[in-house]
Design a protein around this ligand. Structure first.
Ligand SMILES: [Zn+2]
Length: 251
């Protein structure tokens, strides 16, 4: 997957090459000085199969790989995994957040597919800090929903962004928090609204009683019954509630 442009590797740095690969524009370029600081790498060795693999992956990322070392698919895969894990930490730092801010403002991450969000920029996130717990998702701050990504991002682990990132991002950049979308899609037949008693409409959820399960179904039916969605939504719900409270206080 990452070895289709191996010639370019000799001319440019690995990080630039990696972030220019198809779908990898979700990543920002992590500064080498951040990667070289061993404090920032604490605990990451466990995710690679051996210390040797970790060291080789580090050398690959920092362009210090032995020229006699054969470049393999496995080496690039290890480097991509390690880079992704470092990336998830970097984007929580002021410089990383700043880098992602520019990407968000350019809509590098794309727009919400919900019609009523009217092209709202979205932001990548994961549902877990550990890899192999689901692919990257996109969070829309206007409808406050989390969406599965298109196929071009299906190879990107959600842990490369993590569940904290979108929350911290909007806490840092309150000015770009959009107003919540209150508009709802109204289904019509020949121009007439469908009566609320019609069986063609989805059933309204029963009134929640205190202590009942609160998984937060969305209006659009995205990813219902998915455990990762429950994690994502509960995390984001708390955060968006905090942001709303903050904004009210500001007003
Ligand atoms: Zn939206």
């Amino acid at each position: 997957m990452y070895s289709d442009d191996s010639e370019a590797l000799s001319d440019e740095q690995w990080i630039s090459w990696f972030t220019s690969q198809s779908g990898n524009h979700l990543f920002c370029e992590v500064e080498k000085s951040y990667i070289e600081d061993s404090f920032n790498l604490f605990g990451l060795k466990q995710y690679l199969s051996s210390t040797g693999d970790f060291n080789k992956a580090m050398s690959q990322i920092l362009d210090k790989i032995d020229p006699n070392e054969p470049e393999t698919e496995e080496l690039n895969r290890s480097a991509a995994l390690l880079y992704g894990l470092i990336h998830s930490r970097y984007i929580l730092t002021p410089r990383g957040l700043d880098c992602m801010y520019h990407k968000y403002m350019r809509k590098d991450f794309g727009e919400c597919t919900r019609m009523l969000c009217k092209g709202q920029a979205v932001i990548p996130m994961g549902c877990a800090d550990d890899p192999n717990h689901g692919m990257v998702k996109l969070f829309c701050p206007r409808c406050r929903n989390v969406y599965n990504c298109s196929n071009q991002f299906r190879h990107i682990d959600g842990a490369f962004f993590g569940p904290t990132f979108p929350n911290l991002f909007f806490m840092n950049f309150e000015d770009v928090v959009p107003d919540v979308s209150l508009e709802k899609f109204i289904p019509r037949v020949f121009g007439f609204r469908i009566h609320s008693s019609s069986k063609s409409l989805p059933k309204q959820p029963e009134k929640r009683t205190q202590g009942s399960d609160n998984n937060g179904d969305d209006d659009n039916g995205h990813n219902k019954n998915s455990s990762s969605k429950q994690i994502c939504e509960s995390t984001l719900k708390e955060e968006t509630d905090t942001l709303s409270t903050k904004r009210k206080r500001k007003e």
